[in-house]
Design a protein around this ligand. Structure first.
Ligand SMILES: Nc1ncnc2c1ncn2[C@@H]1O[C@H](COP(=O)(O)OP(=O)(O)OP(=O)(O)O)[C@@H](O)[C@H]1O
Ligand SMILES: [Mg+2]
Length: 404
């Protein structure tokens, strides 16, 4: 669409004159321009010179060509300009295509690791109905499989479950650095919820996944090639462990390629769990990954585990900035300062987290460090009030049930 901003007195005349250019629409509000740009239909903006707003419009829409005209406009000059514009669009498409071809070749020739492809793929899909990024990834994968560089991976299952989702809370366990205790905090929170009668699933998406080990499952099931279905099928097919408290665990396949190569699989598992359970946790890889961006729109609470070690503070600050950039609201984020030796650790991290707030201080527990797993009695006591309010519980869990 070609947007025309013109004063009322010459509006009709100018529109009639310029119809020869194609789809010219008179626009009277900035919001109409913004909408057209968001829909990707805004090709060109023509501004009535007498309005004196050409610069302001250009600043607001830097990617669109803004041309000033003296109504009713010189059609021949504008036609010549349109030709220039068309050739520029063609060049852009050609550049995009080249970028994709170079990138695909780099993957095929092994210059880029498969696991990097999702992160580094050019963001603009090909125009002219050519391959989308996902299709390129699939083709690359096929090439790797046929060259025996990678085992074959069947098509990911479809995600019918998503449409049956019942507003199930999804809690994201994450943090800027590994070893801060995000799996430990999450495992205890999940256990607490299960002991209160919630049907809980944890989907482990951490490439160094170990959350099912905390529940005593040492053998990681392999979700690759699972034919899909429901949670009962996941249990029957051995891709989901069930703990004695009822916590369902879908372990990480423990491979960078599998978790990050096809985020559709991760999304499928999360949505499947959300469609059937009361509460779902995802244990994320450390740091910031494409999976974070993919899942954040579905997440009801982000549990960020941090430690105040000098070498992690910079990362804490950077990580909080990433959450801000992803527009995660402060009341959705619960920061757990773990393995604390002093109360003053809260004050150390607080300014780095802005606009987020530390929610709980969990003391260092020698027993938990030694035994690992679900031995965090001190941790559970410290987190209890937070869990009660976050999960909507009133009473505390019966005494003695933590001893397993
Ligand atoms: N409050 C605590 N006091 C002492 N040890 C703790 C505490 N919290 C967690 N730990 C221990 O720290 C270790 C790392 O915890 P955990 O596995 O939960 O970290 P993580 O953030 O999930 O790391 P990873 O990146 O390895 O997945 C575990 O051995 C755990 O038992
Ligand atoms: Mg972990």
């Amino acid at each position: 669409m070609i947007a025309l901003l013109v004063k009322e007195d010459k509006a009709k005349e100018t529109l009639a004159e310029l119809t020869i250019l194609g789809d010219v629409v008179r626009v009277q509000k900035m919001s109409e321009l913004t909408r057209a740009r968001e829909q990707g239909t805004l090709e060109w903006i023509l501004v009535d010179e007498r309005m004196g707003i050409q610069e302001a419009v250009q600043t607001k829409f830097p990617q669109v060509v803004v041309t000033s005209i003296l109504p009713p406009g010189d059609v021949f000059v504008l036609l010549a300009k349109q030709e220039q514009l068309d050739s520029r669009v063609k060049n852009d498409a050609a550049n995009d295509a080249n970028e994709w071809i170079e990138w695909t070749e780099a993957v095929e020739e092994g210059e880029l690791a498969v696991s990097d492809t999702w992160v580094n793929a050019p963001s603009t899909p090909l125009r002219n109905g050519q391959e989308s990024p996902r299709e390129v990834l699939r083709r690359t994968e096929e090439a790797l499989v046929s060259n025996r560089l990678m085992p074959a991976m069947p098509e990911p299952p479809q995600a019918p479950a998503f449409f049956r989702r019942r507003g199930t809370p999804l809690i994201m366990l994450e943090g800027p650095k590994g070893g801060a205790g995000r799996s430990t905090v999450g495992a205890h929170m999940a256990l607490y919820a299960a002991l209160h009668g919630k049907r809980v699933t944890i989907v482990d998406l951490d490439v160094n996944g170990d959350i099912s080990e905390k529940f005593g499952f040492l053998q990681s099931a392999d979700v690759r090639g699972w034919r899909g279905g429901d949670m009962a099928a996941a249990v029957a097919d051995g891709i989901c462990h069930v703990h004695e408290t009822g916590v369902h665990l879908i372990p990480s396949p423990q491979s960078r390629d599998i978790v990050l190569f096809d985020p559709d699989d991760a999304l499928y598992l999360v949505q499947l769990a959300m469609s059937e359970m009361d509460l779902v946790f995802v244990d994320m890889p450390q740091g910031w990954t494409p999976l974070h961006r993919l899942l954040l729109p579905l997440v009801s609470e982000v549990v960020m585990a941090v430690r105040t070690l000098p070498d992690s503070l910079g990362r804490v600050e950077e990580h909080a900035e990433k959450l801000v950039m992803a527009k995660v609201e402060p009341d959705k984020v619960s920061v757990v300062v773990n393995q604390a030796r002093k109360r003053s650790e809260l004050k150390i991290v607080q300014p780095l987290l802005t606009p987020y707030q530390p929610r709980v201080l969990v003391p260092y527990d020698r027993k938990l460090e030694k035994l690992g797993g679900l031995h965090g009695k001190k941790l559970s006591l410290a987190c209890k009030d937070w869990w009660d309010s976050s999960l909507g519980f009133q009473k505390s869990v019966k005494k003695g049930r933590w001893k397993r």
